[in-house]
Every structure is written in structure tokens, then in C-alpha cells.
Design a protein. Structure first.
Length: 320
């Protein structure tokens, strides 16, 4: 069997991720940081294997669909450096869009939720795959074929950026230069993305570049005063791997059934998670707006208290 340079590169990068995972696991146990649990790690591996099986099943169809669309390319970039730069940038942006849809459309959230279901955050969380994503991911990447990028190059670029995305799943503090944190996704950015705190919901969607989030208003820095809590806003009681995959589909089906009108049923499927026809639950943006208003109110109250104290001190000093 003959291996290509791409095969060797991906294999080396994937091996590097495995080694780093084992190192992080060792230091976690050595320093009793409790970043890993056996059940959670095995669930991550189960979900990764499930996604790989579906990926392999879809690989041929994905490849031929991209190759078919490549025939209708609108232009061709001849310079190899510009070719790969544009491909990586375009692919990363389309991933940001794919990821954002996974958070703002409940039907897609029902599939993506598996990646966010762990209450732990470590390098194996990066393997906690969105199991059914390979069934629809190719449709988000079709523009790349029309832009003149071959199927093999698109798939290779995706693998490379995916490996980078795995590396930022760590709680270890890493001090990056300011310019790097402004441009690229860091572990701190991605810790925010996996948080269930209201402030952090649906933020930092980027895989490699955090610039997309800064440009489109989905960026949120990690704040020391709002300590991250990992997992979902409502954790499923059954954390078995099968339920982790299907629990949100079950909840979505129940909501669709109870919806009083056809349009409400459609809205449950297409609106963001948390939307409800009777207002009994709220989407993340509404909760964040309420949090902001509450914080502004408290800030104003604190300022008024300080003014009152200053006024009292001024009056006492004038009497004295």
C-alpha cells in the first residue's frame, strides 16, 4: 500500500493529538485535577467511533459529490500558496457557519448537542463528535468545490483544521501573545464555547480563527468573575452513550407533538434551542439580555449607594 504525503501528514498530526491527550491525562491524575473520569472518557471514545463509522459510510458519497460540483467551478487559483491560503480561510469560515447553524437551529442542535453534553473538558472532549454531522456537513462545503478546490484538498484541509480544533479542548492555562489570541482560537476561547453559563452560551464558534466570531458578534472572552461550568444548561439524567446521542431528538419530538399549530411545530424545529410557543422556556439571546439588564441595574444601584455614602460623609463633615 502506497501512502501519500497527505496521509502521512494527517497520521502524524493525529498521532500528536493522541500523545498530547495521554500526557494531559497523566498530569491530570498526577496532580489530582480530576479533568478525566472513566465513564466520560469512554463515552467520548464511543461517540468518536460512532462518528468515524458514519464518516466512512459517507466518505465515497462526499468525495464524489464534491468532485461532481468541481466540474462546475467558477474559477481556478493557479498559485499554490494563494490556493491553500484561500482554501483554509474559506473552509474555516464555512465551518464557522456550519457550527453556528448547529447552535441556532434546534434540529441541527439535536445532533450537535452530543459534543456539548460532557460536564468535563479535556482533550478527549474534542473526540466527542457530533455523530450525525457527516450526513449533512458536505452541503456546507459545496461552495469550495465551485470555487475550484478539489475534493481531496477540501477533505485534507478539513482534517487539518479539525485536528487544530481538537487541541484547544484543554483546561490548562496557556499564555499566548495578544496578537495570536486576537486572530486564532485558543483553549480559553473554546472553554467559553463549552460553558453552560448564560453569558457564554452560543459563543466562540470558530475552529481555527476567532476572527469570524469577532466580526459577526459571537465572541465572548473568558471572565475570571464568571467561572465556567461545563455541560448543558439542563443535563440529561441518563448519561449513557445512546441517550447522549438521541435525548435531544426525543425532547424535540415531544415539543413538536405538544405544539398547538403547524407553524409552532415548524418553529420548534427551525428556531433556536429554548424557543417555546408559550414562553415557558427562553432562547440564549433573551437570557443573555436579561443577564445584561440585571447586571446594569446592580451596577447602577451600587453607584447610587456610593453616591449616598459620599453625600452622607459630606454632610457629616460639614456639621462637624
Amino acid at each position: 500500500m502506497k501512502y501519500t504525503g497527505s496521509d502521512i501528514s494527517v497520521g502524524a498530526l493525529f498521532g500528536f493529538v493522541i500523545v498530547l491527550t495521554l500526557v494531559e491525562m497523566y498530569f491530570s491524575y498526577a496532580h489530582d485535577r480530576k479533568l478525566y473520569t472513566k465513564q466520560d472518557t469512554w463515552t467520548n471514545i464511543y461517540l468518536m467511533v460512532s462518528a468515524i463509522v458514519i464518516n466512512l459510510g459517507m466518505k465515497t458519497a462526499t468525495f464524489f459529490l464534491l468532485e461532481y460540483c468541481y466540474q462546475f467551478r467558477l474559477f481556478q487559483i493557479s498559485n499554490v500558496w494563494i490556493y491553500w491560503t484561500v482554501l483554509i480561510l474559506a473552509q474555516d469560515f464555512l465551518y464557522w457557519f456550519l457550527h453556528t447553524v448547529g447552535h441556532y437551529v434546534r434540529f441541527f442542535w439535536a445532533m450537535h448537542v452530543t459534543h456539548h453534553s460532557s460536564e468535563h473538558f479535556n482533550l478527549t472532549t474534542g473526540f466527542r463528535s457530533t455523530v450525525f454531522e457527516p450526513l449533512y456537513r458536505v452541503f456546507f462545503y459545496l461552495p469550495l468545490a465551485f470555487m475550484g478546490f478539489t475534493a481531496m484538498d477540501i477533505l485534507f484541509a478539513y482534517l487539518v483544521t479539525q485536528i487544530y480544533g481538537n487541541l484547544v479542548h484543554t483546561q490548562y492555562k496557556i499564555n499566548f501573545p495578544k496578537w495570536y489570541e486576537y486572530v486564532f482560537v485558543t483553549p480559553s476561547h473554546h472553554r467559553v464555547h463549552h460553558a453552560s453559563n448564560v453569558r457564554y452560551l452560543d459563543k466562540n464558534m470558530g475552529m481555527v480563527l476567532i476572527l469570524w466570531d469577532r466580526m459577526f458578534g459571537t465572541f465572548q472572552a473568558e471572565l475570571p468573575e464568571d467561572e465556567i461550568k461545563y455541560g448543558l444548561t439542563t443535563q440529561p439524567k441518563d448519561t449513557g452513550p445512546v441517550n447522549i446521542i438521541f435525548h435531544e431528538f426525543i425532547a424535540l419530538t415531544a415539543d413538536v407533538k405538544k405544539a398547538p399549530t403547524f407553524m409552532d411545530k415548524v418553529k420548534y424545529i427551525l428556531n433556536p434551542p429554548g424557543w417555546s410557543h408559550d414562553g415557558s422556556t427562553k432562547i440564549a439571546k433573551i437570557m443573555q439580555q436579561e443577564l445584561h439588564e440585571a447586571e446594569e441595574l446592580k451596577k447602577q444601584q451600587d453607584q447610587n449607594k456610593v453616591k449616598d455614602l459620599n453625600e452622607q460623609e459630606r454632610m457629616l463633615s460639614s456639621i462637624g
